[in-house]
Design a protein around this ligand. Structure first.
Ligand code: XIL
Length: 339
């Protein structure tokens, strides 16, 4: 079932090597998803690891898989500090006034994937309220161009792909703590600035890397945050949903139920907002989850797998799977009865 609620999609971050090697994973994607996000293939260090060296094959493979199967692709991500190749970092430092690197890169990539990608994460993770300047992260782009790199990137993206939706994608916006609160405020300030200056932006991507250790998702704060975003005329995409739970105690079945309940609570909050277009999980199976590589406290058994995605490491659906799809179906029914 490709779950949609009020036209909402369900998606997942995927890799073409894994899809090709694992028929079960491939079937799960085709069963569950209307949209996919390349987990790594469309990052700059994957597409252009060296100056003059293009590595299009994995992203091309994914685009063709999507086309064959009628899936939409979220292009992820044009500018992200962490996936910027070393040679680009060097260039930006050497010639900080030149925008050529960015415009050429956007031109090549956005043109190549113009038929596959309907939404681009143009700027990924621009917010930093702890070590940043006025809430903005001191990325390699910030250091080269100042805060206006965000405006310039969005204008460039609109020019290169006039029909694609353009997004800013960010994490750390879900919970009731001072850092998340400051990050929500900083994000709204940034969006206000962009709207006031007529900068092209269509979507706010909410990564939603959830964490059982952070308490319940902060419904009131999320509602206020999403309402302001919607009032600006912007859409919202949940782009990287997963749940960190590796420190949770109890039997596997208990942990899995807690993850499912947490996801349900979060989705019921976000799905109440008509601006939310869809929900993408950051992977489908625990086998491939990036959470397995996240640092854990020394008290946690290092061999323990984090169980934060819809399928376990053997591709068996967990409670999170039925909960996710049920939450989307329920939201659709609610939308139909209130129409
Ligand atoms: C992660 C991938 O899952 C890893 O495989 C890769 O090594 C690093 O990036 N926020 C993002 C994603 O926007 O691109 C990141 O993905 C996870 C955090």
């Amino acid at each position: 079932m490709t779950a949609t609620s009020a036209g909402r999609y369900v998606g997942a971050a995927v890799r073409i090597d894994q899809i090709n090697a694992e028929p079960q994973l491939r079937s799960a994607i085709l069963r569950d998803c209307g949209s996919i996000t390349p987990e790594i293939h469309m990052k700059w260090d994957s597409l252009q690891p060296e100056r003059g060296v293009w590595n299009f094959a994995p992203a091309d493979g994914l685009a063709s898989f999507a086309r064959t199967n009628g899936l939409k692709v979220r292009g992820h991500a044009l500018l992200w500090d962490q996936s910027t190749p070393g040679w680009v970092r060097d260039q930006l430092k050497a010639t900080p006034n030149s925008w050529n690197h960015i415009s050429r890169y956007f031109g090549t990539v956005m043109n190549r994937y113009r038929n596959a990608v309907d939404e681009w994460d143009v700027v990924n993770e621009p917010i930093d309220t702890e070590g940043g300047v006025n809430g903005l992260r001191k990325t390699v782009f910030y250091n080269a161009y100042g805060s206006s790199y965000i405006e310039r990137a969005l204008h460039e993206a609109r020019f290169r792909a006039p029909t694609a939706r353009l997004a800013i994608n960010e994490y750390g916006l879900e919970y009731d703590n001072p850092v998340d609160e400051a990050r929500r405020v900083a994000m709204l300030r940034l969006l206000e600035r962009l709207r006031q200056n007529g900068v092209p932006i269509d979507v706010v991507g909410i990564q939603a890397h959830l964490d059982l250790g952070k308490g319940a998702p902060h419904g009131a704060a999320i509602n206020a945050f999403f309402s302001v975003i919607a009032d600006m005329g912007l859409k919202i995409a949940i782009t990287e949903l997963d749940v960190k739970e590796v420190s949770a105690s109890g039997a596997v079945s208990t942990r899995d139920q807690r993850v499912a309940d947490h996801v349900r609570a979060y989705l019921d909050i976000v799905n109440a907002h008509p601006a939310v277009m869809g929900v993408t999980t950051w992977g489908l199976s625990d086998r491939h989850s990036w959470l397995q590589n996240q640092p854990v406290s020394p008290t946690v058994n290092a061999a323990r797998l984090n169980r934060g995605l819809p399928y376990d490491a053997n591709l068996r659906a967990k409670p999170m799977h039925s909960t996710l799809h049920q939450a989307m179906t329920d939201a659709e029914l609610a939308a139909v009865t209130t129409r």
